[in-house]
Design a protein around this ligand. Sequence first.
Ligand SMILES: [Zn+2]
Length: 230
Amino acid sequence: MSLIQQIFADLFHLLFPKKCNGCGNTLFNGEKTICIKCLHDLPFTDFHLYPENPAARLFWGRLPIHQVNALLYFKKGTKVQQLIHQLKYQGQTDIGFLLGKMMGEKMLLSEQRPDLIVPIPLHQKKQRSRGYNQSLSIAEGIAHILQCPINTYLLVRKINTTTQTKKSRYERFENLKAAFELQQSFNLNNLHILLVDDLLTTGATLEACGKLLLDNGLNKLSIATLAYTK
Ligand SMILES: [Zn+2]
């Protein structure tokens, strides 16, 4: 950046200061999306260090998964809920990208190298009304660090599953199993795919997608979500 550009950038920042998505305070120069204090205070799980972490255990007996990563602990009324809400409903895809990059760095440290990153797709209708897929922005952050490709065509959500909160785990899974299909005649045999979603609660969506991939010959499956609900 030239001196003139820097002066204009500083002036713009002065007139239209960017706010932290976590606390609402003005961001300092060099800070982006979330201020350093908020980032420091986030409840990181460090699950990448423990293959047998609680998120991984959630899938035991359901699906053979190589590694389950979840960056943060999710609790209602916390900053994590606020950030995920802004990411999902207020167009703040920068949050997904930033936290996705942090996840990518942790995965890099634990030597996790998927061949392909697949964000959980939204139904076409939902994607159109929302204008973006929040899981794709997380996937882009991870891919930026791990330098591996993203595929948004492989998995398709053909049924718009609405609110599932009142259903049991089995009902959710049965409902979801029919909601996805594989689009391409893709050879999955030698691949390690990382499925990416925003929040891990029951794991029903990830299980349905993961099962579809493994049933169609996928060699290795891993999972990464921004947050995990205890
Ligand atoms: Zn902040």
